[in-house]
Design a protein around this ligand. Structure first.
Ligand SMILES: Cc1ncc(COP(=O)(O)O)c(C=O)c1O
Length: 359
């Protein structure tokens, strides 16, 4: 079974002989309300746009995002998911030494592998619930790294570093001359904590954003960066053209900034996260962490008698996919992550865990 990412529904279906539509995927953290209501119609209506090359600058969508965030068009660059930039940034900036705040998304390190960049880690402390000690991080940054990766809220822990604290890291990166990549793939759930506006003050900051999670479109592929115009130009001029297809450009403009959908998503996730956290904490041997995003990190103690890989495999046989966190740097084999899904699906998860753990 592939280990670096969640969302391997078709692979699990093949291995366990379970129909894809009978599998509940808690391993990828995608909006359980689905994509915005107008998206499908917008795509069907504009289907013939595939007859032309997509707009190479995605002009209309960049304008829409510029209005949405209150940030100039020249500070925004779209890509085929934010992962695209995790490869372009090292290839274009050619960093020699990188620091990744861990545990973290594996693609940062893979992207850095392409350029042979030496990678060091700043590990969030398990004992403090994986909160990041900002003073200690700033001290470490003085060792001199060309590039630093920080995900907020962190994946897989769900820990949110408050904006004022993160601004301290941004200022520190400015002082030591490091390029700072802040991955905000899950910040839409708490937009006010975004550091996007800091790109207007710090030219060494790149904010990564994704429409995959909050807007429920992992298959369409859409992400973007916000940064200083000079940085945007440098990346735009050196990367492959046309990575954002015309369907997603057209549809996203019309459907993605649906205020009702955004409000409902935030309310739903906040309420259901509380429900699922309590349900998991009632299962002996499990402890779910606080989270600011649409997933929960769960610790399994020795009472469960299993490690996270064994638990993942047993639940997979029942058609329930969880994210085994043993492949995240420094996490060990007693953590798993689950997405917040629809209420009835969350009930299936807690019943499935009880069945597998309390025998
Ligand atoms: C923290 C984080 N950042 C970025 C991504 C990638 O998002 P995208 O689909 O926009 O490439 C993921 C996907 O799992 C993620 O977990």
């Amino acid at each position: 079974m592939k280990k670096d990412h969640g969302g391997n529904v078709s692979e699990i279906s093949r291995i366990y002989g379970i129909d894809e539509d009978r599998i509940i995927d808690f391993s990828a953290s995608i909006n359980p309300l689905g994509y915005p209501p107008g998206l499908r119609d917008a795509i069907i209506k504009d289907f013939d746009s595939v007859l032309n090359y997509p707009d190479i600058d995605s002009f209309d969508l960049v304008s829409g995002l510029s209005n949405y965030h209150g940030i100039g068009r020249d500070c925004i660059l779209l890509g085929n998911g934010s992962t695209e930039f995790m490869y372009w940034i090292p290839m274009i900036f050619k960093p020699k030494r990188a620091l990744i705040v861990t545990p973290a998304f594996s693609e940062y390190e893979k992207g850095l592998g392409v350029t042979g960049t030496e990678v060091s880690y700043f590990q969030a402390d398990e004992k403090t619930g994986f909160s990041i000690d900002i003073d200690l991080l700033c001290k470490r940054m003085k060792e001199g790294f060309d590039i630093i990766y920080f995900c907020n809220p962190a994946n897989p822990t769900g820990v949110l570093t408050q904006k004022d604290k993160l601004c301290q890291v941004i200022a520190c990166a400015g002082e030591v001359g490091s390029l700072l990549i802040v991955d905000e793939a899950f910040i839409d759930f708490i937009e006010k904590e975004s550091v996007k506006k800091e790109v207007l003050r710090f030219s060494n900051l790149i904010v990564l954003r994704s429409l995959t999670k909050f807007f429920g479109i992992p298959g369409l592929r859409l992400g973007y960066i916000m940064s200083d115009p000079s940085c945007i130009v440098k990346i735009r001029e050196n990367r492959i053209p046309w990575t954002v297809n015309s369907l997603v450009q057209k549809a996203a403009v019309k459907a993605l900034f649906d205020k009702d959908y955004i409000r409902e998503t935030r309310q739903y996730i906040s309420a259901e996260r509380g429900f699922l956290k309590n349900a998991l904490n009632e299962i002996p041997g499990l402890r779910a962490f606080e989270s600011a995003a649409n997933y929960l990190l769960v610790f399994m103690d020795s009472r469960t008698g299993l490690n996270s890989t064994e638990l993942r495999d047993r639940l997979a046989a029942d058609g329930i996919l969880i994210r085994d966190c043993s492949t995240f740097h420094g996490m060990g084999d007693c953590y798993f992550r689950v997405a917040i899904k629809r209420h009835e699906q969350n009930m299936v998860l807690s019943e499935g865990l009880r069945r597998r753990l309390l025998r």
